[in-house]
Design a protein around this ligand. Structure first.
Ligand code: FES
Length: 70
């Protein structure tokens, strides 16, 4: 696994991004992230948007590879 440039999408979990990348916020501001691994929320329930705070573990179940909120 090359962690310098990689995005890992795991069903039932966040999106993990490794390497150098730019986050563009809704107001148009940008933040460049270098040499980092971060987990981005895709369930919408995190309190630390855009990052995952593991809230998905208590609000999402997976059924036949499709996400369902409890
Ligand atoms: S994916 Fe982890 S809190 Fe949303």
């Amino acid at each position: 696994m090359n962690k310098n440039k990689e995005v890992r999408v795991v069903l039932g979990n966040s999106i993990k991004v490794y390497g150098t990348y730019t986050i563009v916020y809704p107001d148009g501001s940008e933040e460049e992230i270098t040499d980092s691994k971060r987990s981005f929320c895709r369930c919408g329930f995190t309190k630390t948007m855009p990052f995952c705070d593991n809230t998905h573990r208590s609000v999402i179940t997976w059924n036949n590879l499709k996400g369902h909120h409890k």
